[in-house]
Structure formats: C-alpha cells, structure tokens
Unconditional design. Structure first.
Length: 264
C-alpha cells in the first residue's frame, strides 16, 4: 500500500534537486541551445535533462507507473499510476532570463490526480498536496482567498501564443476585466499561476490550450487549498480538456457567467 504522504515528500525533495540543476544552468544556456518544437514552443537541453532526471527517479518510487511528460522522455503507460511531468514550466521565461519558472510533477491514479508538487525555483517556494490533505507551501498550510467581489480581485491568465481560435472573445473578456478588477497578470508559468491561486495571491486564473503537464499538479494543489477548478462550461474536463478556470468559490458564479459570455 503506497503512502501518498511519504511519496509526496520524496517528490518534493526530487523537484527541489532538479530545480537546483535548472538554476545552475540559467547563466550557461545560450541562444544557440534553443530549439523550436512548434510555433513559439521553445526547449533546450535543460528541459530535457531535467525531465530525464525526474523520470529516472520517479520510476524508482513506483516501478509500474507510466509517464505523461512534456519532452517525451518515456512513453510507458501505467495501468493505474501515471506521472504527469513538466520539467520546466515557463521555458520562455527561463530562456529569456525572466525569473518565473517551475518544476511541476503530479501523480495520477486511474483518472484522479492524487499528488501535486510545484517548485518555483527562484523564490525557493515548494507547493504540494496529496489526496485528502491540506495544501502546503514550504511546510505551511495555504488556502485560497475568500474575496467575494471581482472588483477586489487580482486575475491571472496566459495570453494565447499559438492557438488563436478564441482570440476575439478572449480580448473582449480582458477588456471587461481590465475595467472591473484590480488588475491582470501574465507571469508565464501556468503551474505558478495555479499555486499562486492556491495561496491567495491571485483570485482567479484562466487560460485555454494548456496541456495536462502545465496544469495537473498546480490545479490539484489549488483544489486542495479550496479552489474550484473547472472547464469553460463549468464542468470537470480541465485536465485534458485544454480549458481551465481556477477560482475561489465565492467568485464562481460571477466569473463563470463572464467566461460563458465570451469564451463559449
Ligand atoms: P512551458 O514553458 O512548459 O511550455 C503559459 O501560457 C503556459 O504556456 C506556460 O505554462 C508554458 O509552459 C506554456 N508556453 C509555451 N510556450 C509559451 C510562450 N511562447 N509564451 C507563453 N507561454 C508558453
Ligand atoms: Ca515545459
């Protein structure tokens, strides 16, 4: 019987180690190390090496588990357990010398996420939770904010950078939010947006066309911290559905109506 609490502690240690490796490479990585996977999707040897280290160590924790990993290090599919990995979330920031990026690891059991760890490297902040637990930041319990007015809320999002399907509706929504909230932030790592939501720094996060590895760990942590996580229809298909809203329960109805108006 796996102890998810102990396993989560092991994953925290591993993400910290991999984060230290990424940080050490920050000053060494050059423009010629950058490869373009697809439009605006960048990668370097740092993402790939970090992922190889994660996969090699996670495979020791649960030998039968499979992997859904951004850089494709392993295509093993687990019957019950699968790790969902983004070795470096915020690669564009990292390669441009902007400090917000993270290591993101989740464990999925059947269809449910049961462990989430997000390590924001430059702030040395490790966020984590396991099935049934509270959510934690460096050992301290965190909770979402209980702001009940959008006018008092700080909103996080990611601007579309390759999928422009909802561009008009998206910017109409931003216009509305620019007028009716405290402000909008785009910090460039969805995993970090979600854990900032978890600890009450942000009140709402939404984005479309994200992958499971961008959101699995952060959304699970936010959920354990009290956030509602849903897709743009207000349903539960956020992990593989490429649409996500993370929100505190008090703002849910008001914000869901805006999403439905502009993005459906
Ligand atoms: P990545 O760094 O792991 O690719 C935010 O919009 C999310 O989209 C990030 O979590 C980031 O994950 C991904 N992303 C990929 N390319 C991007 C780009 N050019 N600009 C912004 N985000 C990008
Ligand atoms: Ca990545």
């Amino acid at each position: 019987m796996i102890s998810l609490e102990l396993l989560c502690q092991d994953v925290v240690e591993l993400c910290r180690e991999v984060g230290i490796f990424i940080k050490m490479e920050e000053s060494k990585v050059h423009r010629e190390d950058i490869e373009t996977k697809s439009k605006n999707s960048l990668v370097s040897y740092v993402d790939k090496t970090a992922e190889q280290r994660l996969v090699a160590n996670l495979a020791k924790f649960i030998p039968e588990a499979g992997f859904i990993a951004e850089e494709g290090t392993s295509d093993k599919v687990g019957d019950v357990y699968n790790w969902i990995i983004d070795p470096l979330d915020g690669t564009t920031n990292f390669l441009h010398g902007v400090p917000t990026y993270s290591v993101s690891v989740a464990l999925k059991r059947n269809d449910e996420v049961v462990i989430g760890v997000v390590y924001e490297v430059n702030r040395d902040e490790c966020f984590y939770a396991w099935e049934g637990s509270d959510a934690f930041l460096n050992g301290n319990k965190i909770e979402t904010n209980s702001t009940s007015n959008l006018s008092d809320s700080l909103i996080a999002t990611g601007f579309p950078y390759y999928d422009y399907t909802h561009l008009d509706g998206y910017f109409e929504l931003l216009k509305n939010l620019a007028k009716n909230t405290r402000g909008i932030r785009r910090i460039g790592s969805a995993a970090v947006d979600l854990v900032y939501m978890a600890c009450g720094r942000f009140d709402v996060f939404f984005e479309y066309s994200l992958h499971a590895w961008d959101v699995a760990a952060g959304a699970f942590i936010a959920q354990q911290a009290g956030a509602v996580i849903e897709d743009f229809k207000g349903e539960g298909n956020w992990l593989f559905g490429k649409e996500i809203v993370a929100i505190n329960p008090q703002l849910r109805v008001e914000f869901s109506n805006l999403i439905k108006k502009h993005l459906n």
